[in-house]
Design a protein around this ligand. Structure first.
Ligand code: ZN
Length: 263
């Protein structure tokens, strides 16, 4: 099949690095990758604005003429897009911390429920650990982690935080040795119930984000555990873009989708 420019039908095209094409004649940029769900742009835009308003699936179905199957597929695609939108490398002063999610799962087996009932709070539980970094400019990075040892957490710090940055953490051993990797390490004593050392070294920002995340997940009424990464991606994105207005957020979601796919 010969690829043609959708605007002027020319077949003189450049292949761009991002997989799209650019017409040599009219300079139109376009993609030949089809959006995984057959939908027109107007309907997709409606779904995006309903999604941004955090409306429930049932309410969206009442307001947008689309099948439930298609809607659920699109919502998953949107969450994946938001998960891919990772903030730029952090510098200055950052906070690092982990949290545990557990009460939010849907369809827990009886065996799992018994296991959870026996589990203790905090570190060493069967709950799902999530690691987070907060830059004092208010941006958050968070990822689901298998474990909370140094080998699990420190590579993520090195990936997301510029060397020389001041890192505030509690005294958990997963953060031991981070100073040797080129960071300024400041401790906050969790166990004494103080989140600050009185010199501006605290992890209150992340405590705030964990609270926000847990409220949002609880409001969902339970999610499937395997879907946690994309919900985490969604709420990190919403938190990071909280200062933008509705139109700006709408644009930010649509832009990468329209660049990647032909709709
Ligand atoms: Zn053209």
């Amino acid at each position: 099949m010969k690829i043609k420019c959708p605007k002027c039908k020319s077949n003189k095209l450049w292949h761009l690095n991002d997989g799209r094409f650019r017409c040599c004649l009219c300079r139109e940029r376009f993609s030949t990758l089809r959006f995984p769900v057959r939908i027109n742009l107007k309907t997709l835009k409606k779904v995006v604005s309903e999604f941004l308003l955090e409306h429930s699936t049932n309410l969206i179905l009442e307001r947008v003429n689309i099948s439930k199957y298609k809607l659920l597929k699109i919502l998953t695609l949107l969450r994946i897009e938001l998960t891919l939108d990772v903030p730029k490398i952090f510098a200055g002063t950052v906070e690092v911390d982990e949290t545990y999610l557990g009460g939010q799962w849907k369809n827990k087996s009886l065996k799992m429920k018994r296991k959870l009932a026996k589990s203790k709070r905090g570190r060493g539980t069967t709950k799902q650990p999530v690691f987070g970094i907060l830059c004092r400019n208010g941006q958050v990075f968070a990822e689901v982690v298998g474990n909370v040892e140094a080998r699990d957490l420190q590579p993520l710090i090195e990936k997301q935080v510029q060397k020389g940055t001041t890192i505030c953490s509690d005294t958990w051993r997963g953060y031991t040795g981070i100073a040797a990797k080129g960071y300024v390490h400041r401790f906050v004593n969790h166990s004494k119930n103080e989140y600050s050392d009185g010199k501006g070294h605290h992890i209150n920002g992340l405590e705030g984000f964990w609270g926000y995340l847990k409220r949002k997940l609880s409001a969902k009424g339970g999610i499937r555990k395997e879907r946690l990464p994309i919900y985490l991606g969604e709420y990190v994105w919403r938190y990071n873009k909280r200062h933008l207005n509705f139109k700006e957020r709408e644009k930010l979601i649509l832009k990468p989708i329209l660049a990647k796919y032909s709709i």
